[in-house]
Design a binder for this molecule. Structure first.
Ligand code: SF4
Length: 307
């Protein structure tokens, strides 16, 4: 067991098993275990784990343990697991205060959150959390298409996704949304791209992070694939979908494909880098049609994990 970049090994320290790639150097702190929703059909992350909130005193003990060892080295903290905002606001504020007083160099505290939870949370609570030093929220949009959101049992409508994004931005948070490329399979790529762009355009999040969907054992969509009820999108379809998504976006976000599962390394600021990113996709699409080796390499990527 290690603690982010710090290599902390203490039997009693409890930290989240999953975190965004951008939090690789962060101190990892767990305030809940598992996922209070745990129904998304593509997700296998917390299957079999009973959701629970940790005792605030226990979390504060973890903070003081980390402070003893690494007080001056901690610049960023990631709070897990999948939806820390279900924690009572005042308790979370207490934890945030402890983090900021324990780590004098602390610049950023981030957490995963569900859109539905943000949409339901009073605006004053969101402001309190932001003021206490929670700076960035990572939220799974996955798709903006209404039908697909229902099918994957995301538990939020496009309207709730938009409401959550606007509320979080209004409270001051940096807002980071994840899009799951290929989640509509071979059949629904176009509605997925258009619906997603539509929701993103209404939110204009600070970050749009794309992941390529790779069915995971222990998830409903994996079973559906095995039984022939879901046809995963081909590499070419995923690239066409990404291209359409980019073309449809009218945002000022950073667009990042910061995950090993992705087929093309796209990193840019919108709208200025849009055409450059589209050009890169076009080159790869051309390569796929003409180069068997490239096609094989792309297919190999589909065996990498996406979570
Ligand atoms: S994707 Fe997120 S919200 Fe959905 S089940 Fe997995 S952890 Fe929970």
């Amino acid at each position: 067991m290690t603690l982010g970049q710090f290599g902390l090994r203490r039997r009693d320290y409890d930290f989240p098993p999953f975190r965004p790639p951008s939090e690789a150097d962060s101190l990892l702190l767990r305030v809940t275990r598992g996922c209070p929703w745990n129904r998304c059909t593509f997700c296998s992350m917390y299957k079999g784990m009973k959701f629970e909130k940790r005792e605030p005193e226990e979390v504060l003990e973890d903070i003081s343990m980390a402070r003893e060892l690494y007080s001056d080295r901690v610049r960023t903290v990631f709070i897990g697991d999948s939806n820390s905002l279900v924690f009572k606001t005042d308790e979370l504020v207490r934890i945030l205060n402890a983090l900021h007083s324990s780590f004098p160099q602390l610049e950023r505290v981030t957490s995963y959150a569900r859109a539905k939870t943000i949409a339901k949370k009073p605006a004053e609570d969101l402001e309190k959390l932001f003021k206490a030093g929670l700076n960035r929220l990572h939220v799974g949009l996955e798709t903006g298409d209404r039908k697909l959101l229902e099918e994957i049992e995301k538990g939020a409508t496009p309207e709730e996704m938009v409401e959550a994004g606007r509320k979080a931005k209004q409270a001051g948070f940096e807002y980071s949304l994840y899009v799951l490329l290929g989640i509509g399979g071979e059949e629904k790529w176009e509605q997925h791209a258009r619906g997603t762009a539509n929701v993103l355009n209404q939110i204009d999040p600070h970050f749009i992070r794309v992941r390529t969907f790779i069915p995971q054992p222990n998830s409903q969509l994996y079973e559906a694939m095995e039984e022939g009820r879901f046809q995963p999108a081909s590499s070419e379809t995923i690239l066409k979908e990404t291209r359409l998504l980019l073309k449809e976006l009218q945002v000022t976000s950073h667009f990042l494909s910061d995950h090993i599962s992705n087929l093309v390394p796209l990193h840019g600021k919108l709208p200025e880098d849009k055409e450059e990113m589209v050009r890169l996709i076009d080159q790869v699409l051309k390569g796929l049609r003409e180069d068997d080796l490239l096609r094989e390499e792309m297919e190999a990527r589909r065996h990498l994990t996406n979570l």
